[in-house]
Design a protein around this ligand. Structure first.
Ligand code: DP6
Length: 341
């Protein structure tokens, strides 16, 4: 499908959604190459620093939102399991923003299917809130542009702002109006792979939402935030030039500085396990063997090994052999959030 056909299909699905009060949207999670950690404003999720990411095309969340006046409240299922409590509250809060925009008060059914391991530090919330924002606005009869959707997704989960546009995305700091993500390069710009090495699939004790407010308790956070613009500019330039030898060390440094902030927060957050460190050391070793591969790590113990497609199989095979590794999932760059039904 070319861009014109894609846009025509999106318009058709949008019209259908407004009529049926029901829409299905797909979004990919993303991996941050330059990290978001800490907010200027926690409620609005206005980040302390800009960030840069790659959408993961082989991982996805597909969410259907149906507004239905016969319901007595919002009903949420994720992978066919019904959720209440904090998970439902977070989704309902996002839907309230949509209901306010559309001037409606109808409850909704939200059915979400995902192949992203929940709570494992693969930022499943990025795909979840990007898909939810698009499906909910379409089902409510709203036609938001990319910036409007990115802003709405950001309110649900900061990293979700970067799952709205396609490919490689940059999310800027700013106000509630201006802090949105845009694509800096399409998925086809560079055939990178994120070889996601799952060390633990357990739910984290303190997830990202609980971690962001702790960032300023670390005396390293101010230094981290100050250094981001220079790292991001260098990372963006290397990405646009497809220069992994330059980009790799920058993304590793950025991830390690974020984890230094986490470990020196009050209370401290230690996400690394011995297997995490074994993978960091392994990546260094593979580089001495001529394989250009670099790591990044989100708010969890799993290690994302970034390499070009030509080296992905080597990295996958080697990673599987490391003690403590539970699964390895490789992903290519992914497109934007889109309506699929
Ligand atoms: C370490 O976007 O998951 O993955 O806004 O509270 O949902 P909430 O946080 P979230 O934070 C992501 C943190 C990170 C780095 C990143 O993705 O930039």
């Amino acid at each position: 499908m070319n861009i014109k056909e894609f846009q025509a299909e999106q318009t058709r699905l949008l019209e259908q959604a407004a009529q049926e009060r029901r829409a299905t949207a797909l979004a990919h999670p993303n991996i941050a190459l330059i990290k978001y950690w800490g907010n200027e404003n926690d409620e609005l999720r206005l980040p302390a620093n800009p960030s840069l990411s790659m959408n993961l095309g082989d991982l996805q969340t597909v969410t259907t939102v149906t507004f239905d006046d016969n319901l007595t409240g919002d009903v949420l299922t994720i992978n066919k399991v019904k959720f209440s409590g904090p998970a439902l509250k977070r989704v309902a809060d996002s839907l309230d923003l949509v209901r306010n925009l559309a001037g409606i008060s109808s409850p909704a059914r939200i059915d979400s299917e995902s192949n992203v391991p929940v709570g494992s530090g693969i930022a499943s919330s990025s795909a979840a809130f990007a898909a939810l924002s698009l499906a909910a606005t379409a089902a409510a009869g709203l036609d938001l542009d990319e910036a409007g959707l990115s802003r709405l997704a950001r309110r649900g989960s900061g990293s979700a702002s970067r799952s709205v546009p396609g490919g490689y995305c940059e999310w800027v700091t700013g106000t509630d109006q201006t802090s949105v993500a845009t694509s800096i390069a399409p998925p086809g710009h560079w055939d990178l792979r994120d070889v996601v090495v799952v060390v633990s699939q357990e739910h984290k004790e303190v997830g990202s939402s609980g971690g962001h407010p702790l960032a300023t308790t670390s005396s390293l956070q101010a230094a981290r935030v100050m250094g981001v613009p220079a790292r991001l500019a260098a990372c963006r330039a290397a990405l646009l030039a497809r220069d992994l030898a330059v980009m790799g060390p920058i993304i590793e440094e950025d991830a390690v500085i974020m984890h230094a902030v986490m470990m020196s927060s009050q209370p401290p957050l230690y996400y690394w396990t011995p297997t995490t460190l074994a993978l960091i050391l392994a990546a260094q070793q593979w580089r001495t063997e001529g394989i250009p591969v670099y790591f990044t790590i989100d708010a969890g113990p799993n290690v994302h090994l970034i390499c070009e497609v030509t080296h992905a199989e080597f990295v996958e095979t080697k990673a599987r052999k490391i003690a403590g590794v539970q699964a390895v999932i490789s992903s290519k760059p992914g497109g934007p959030a889109r309506l699929v039904g």
